[in-house]
Design a binder for this molecule. Structure first.
Ligand code: BES
Ligand code: MN
Ligand code: ZN
Length: 497
């Protein structure tokens, strides 16, 4: 979908939508439109009891007096409650509606609408972002497009505003963030027979085009580095495990980078500790953390973020096989610490152990944030509303919580501590990879913490938010793209200059 901004004009084709706040009488452009329609809007509002409540719409199909094929009034709720998220939702809903009606073009008028502390141009940019995020489709494997599947053919969106030039400028970086989110969604939606570690590496390599330096380490190199923990997970797979390093140097030369680390299990069968069949297909999304880091690198590079950033992802496949690792096996991680693998299905932490150690060892970052679809237990704790946040650093935690609130990608800080750490003590090795049912997400985080070497660190357990989350006005995709926005905002607000 092509997004443009233009001066307000009512001579439009396709759907012409006007955003109105609750209780406001028709003013400005809305009043002009009503006049062109011979008062039909006012009559319809009265007849339908339309007052502009958030999420409500009033639609006139084939109206006389205008060139548009439909006129839609869309309610935004009370003007005092208006937020970026609310405007995105309105943009998303209108785009969804227009697409469903098989319209190819949509114009949304914003006149005199601005949220508290948000200039009109900003509001216009958020409406456009909402519509853009809604327009995402992953239908490349549908060879017979049924009528119903054709929704989403909306070709162009024009946001009509009194400040089109400023809106265009505000929207430009948001569009790059949307691109990054689409990359993340694509990677998560892609099935594991297509997106194996080699293919993932190819897609990461494509970021070179944006100025990202991409290195791909194979098994021989990882073996040399002593990454026995990561390598053990891929033993049963026909696909070579990869460690992918992406670097964006938009900051001052020589300045320490910030680092993002992702779990990239292209498919998680559980390995010898095989998962049950029900919903196992969802485990094609077990590389959601790595997908987020890749999408984030895209967003940051595409908008030329003034920061030095590294993204490191461990990309493997967890399969049962004659060569697969067994429960009871003991592996030695790059840190030198040994791990007794009690359950081969607790593989994400084994991948991250080496990826985290490698990242702090090589890059000495200001902080490390890892993202992982790590535990089913985080969904028991938090559902799909919040991602779990675990951290050894209050400042980083606060920054993440605030960035998450601002972007609608919320995180909830979970406790950590010695009592939980005890649960992963092993009889035979330095630690074991599971700590029992109680506090399953926390003991997983304790495990990771043993590989961060005291660097400021945060772990985001995104098992509930990265995939199969409820569909919203701005996300209809199975892979949600969760994480790109919160981390992009974290970098923008605190680590750019
Ligand atoms: N990838 C799973 C976690 C997961 C489950 C993500 C469902 C998304 C949806 C992870 O590797 C896993 O299998 N975790 C186990 C850990 C257990 C063996 C300690 C789990 O959560 O059951
Ligand atoms: Mn697993
Ligand atoms: Zn997993």
């Amino acid at each position: 979908m092509n997004v443009t901004f233009a001066d307000i004009s009512l001579a439009r084709q396709g759907t012409l939508a006007v955003l109105v706040t609750e209780g406001a009488s028709l003013r400005g452009v809305a009043a002009d439109l009503d006049a062109k329609l011979g008062g039909a809007l006012k009559r319809a509002m009265k007849a339908a009891n339309f007052s502009g409540k958030s999420g409500t719409v009033l639609e006139l199909v084939g109206p006389q007096g205008v060139s548009a094929s439909r006129v839609v009034l869309a309610g935004l709720g009370k003007s005092g409650d208006l937020s970026g998220a609310g405007l995105e939702k309105a943009g998303g809903e209108l785009a969804g509606r227009a697409a469903k009606a098989k319209e190819s073009s949509l114009s949304i008028v914003l006149d005199g609408i601005s949220a508290p502390k948000m200039p009109a141009a900003d509001a216009a940019a958020h409406v456009a972002l909402g519509a853009k995020l809604r327009s995402y489709r992953f239908d490349k494997y549908k060879t017979k497009k049924k009528d119903d599947d054709k929704k989403g053919d909306l070709k162009s969106l024009t946001v009509l505003t009194r400040a089109p030039a400023t809106a265009r400028k505000q929207y430009a970086p948001l569009a790059k963030v949307a691109e990054g989110m689409f990359l993340t969604r694509d990677l998560v939606n892609e099935p594991a027979n297509i997106l194996h570690p080699g293919e993932f590496a190819k897609r990461a390599k494509a970021l070179t085009r944006l100025g990202v330096k991409v290195e791909v380490l194979g098994e021989a190199q990882m073996k040399k580095l002593g990454m026995g923990s990561l390598l053990g997970v891929g033993h049963g797979s026909e696909h070579e495990s990869k460690l992918i390093v992406m670097r964006w140097s938009g900051g001052k030369p020589g300045e320490k980078p910030v680092a993002f680390v992702g779990k990239g299990v292209c498919f998680d069968t559980g390995g010898i500790s095989l998962k049950p069949a029900a919903s196992m297909e969802d485990m094609k999304g077990d590389m959601g953390g790595a997908a987020c880091v890749t999408g984030l690198m895209h967003a940051l590079a595409a908008r030329k973020a003034k920061a030095n950033v590294v993204g490191v992802i461990g990309v493997v496949e967890n399969m049962p096989d004659g060569k697969a690792q067994r429960p009871g096996d003991i592996v030695t991680s790059m840190s030198g610490q040994t791990i007794e693998v009690i359950n081969t299905d607790a593989e994400g932490r084994l991948v991250l152990a080496d990826a985290l150690w490698y990242t702090q060892d090589r890059f000495k970052p200001k902080f490390m944030i890892d993202l992982a679809t790590l535990t089913g237990a985080i969904m028991i704790a938090l559902g799909k509303e919040y991602a779990g946040l675990f951290s050894n650093d209050d400042k980083l935690s606060k920054q993440l919580s605030e960035a998450g609130e601002a972007e609608g990608e919320k995180v909830w800080r979970m406790p950590m501590g010695e009592a939980y750490d005890k649960a992963i003590e092993s009889r035979f090795a330095d630690m074991k990879n599971v700590g029992g049912r109680d506090g399953g997400s926390i003991t997983a985080a304790q495990f990771l913490q043993r590989f961060v070497n005291k660097v400021p660190w945060a772990h985001l357990d995104i098992a509930g938010t990265a995939m199969a989350s409820p569909q919203t006005a701005t996300n209809q995709s199975w892979g949600s793209g969760w994480g790109v926005r919160i981390l992009n905002r974290l970098v923008a607000d605190h680590y750019e200059h």
